[in-house]
Design a protein around this ligand. Structure first.
Ligand code: SAH
Length: 249
């Protein structure tokens, strides 16, 4: 198994593949004004993983959703979850890369993407995604964000290396505005989204993951995840995912 296949194996058993929470997805839906719309919304959930946000969108909005992810293994699990929740008829899965989407221009009411736009980079992702939105369409994304201007050097060095686009809230908002989007709302994800909902369940799978295949590669994957978790515990006041909700004009 290569590194991607191993990462999929480690992450597919989780309820989610990144920090988040159903309540925070609903909060973003509220800020976006998506409840009680008269017509059925057409939504793409980009980098959906096993569908943590997809299912909330489907259940609460009755929307028609295209769930996009690079990895079919995640989409298969999403499909089963959608069947179990009785919303499979609303969801179409699509395995493709987020930088090569097959949608028509101005064809979507909403583009949703939780903890995934970093794979393209925030700026490139926003610039690319917005073409698929209808006028007045909604873009809702969560993105790694500094919560203050100053922070410990060790923390800056880590995330600058892992994700050079990490930046403050105000800089992220400037990017949205420069792309012609109007900010409707922003909030940082609270700590339970990282710990209870993501890191703690992830940590509980490390032993099994290593038992299945104890190689240098699996050990280094677990080591990296552990480092990320320790860093979060030490410095959680300085960064989070910011949830940005914006409207195309
Ligand atoms: N939105 C989900 C998953 C977040 S993890 C959640 O909140 O739980 C990031 C996701 O992006 C993973 O599912 C990963 O498979 C997907 N991904 C990574 N690179 C991608 C790409 N180039 N195109 C589409 N999806 C990608």
């Amino acid at each position: 198994m290569n590194e991607f296949e191993l990462l999929v194996r480690l992450h597919q058993a989780g309820d989610r593949q990144g920090p988040g929470d159903q309540a925070q997805t609903k909060r973003a839906m509220e800020l976006a004004g998506l409840f009680n719309r008269p017509t059925q919304l057409k939504i793409a959930d980009i980098g959906c993983g096993t569908g943590a946000s997809t299912l909330v969108l489907a259940e609460h909005l009755g929307a028609s959703i295209i769930a996009v992810d690079l990895f079919p293994a995640f989409l298969n699990i999403l499909h089963q979850k959608a069947e179990d929740a009785g919303v499979a008829h609303q969801i179409q899965t699509l395995s493709c890369s987020m930088d090569d989407l097959p949608f028509d221009a101005a064809s979507l009411d909403v583009i949703w993407s939780e903890g995934a736009i970093y794979n393209m980079g925030f700026k490139a992702g926003i610039a690319y995604f917005k073409q698929f939105l209808k006028p007045e369409g909604i873009l809702a994304v969560s993105e790694l964000t500094w919560l203050t201007s100053n922070r410990p050097d060790e923390l800056t060095a880590h995330w600058q290396k892992e994700y050079p686009e990490v930046d403050t809230v105000s800089e992220k908002i400037k990017i949205l505005e420069a792309e012609g989007l109007m900010l409707l709302g922003y909030f940082p994800l609270p700590a339970n989204c990282w710990l209870e909902n993501y890191y703690i369940p992830l940590q509980s799978r490390f032993a099994d993951f290593l038992n299945q295949q104890d190689s240098e590669l699996t050990q280094s994957i677990v080591e990296n995840e552990r480092k990320e978790i320790e860093l979060y515990k030490a410095y959680c006041n300085y960064y989070s995912y910011g949830f940005y909700i914006a409207k195309k004009l």
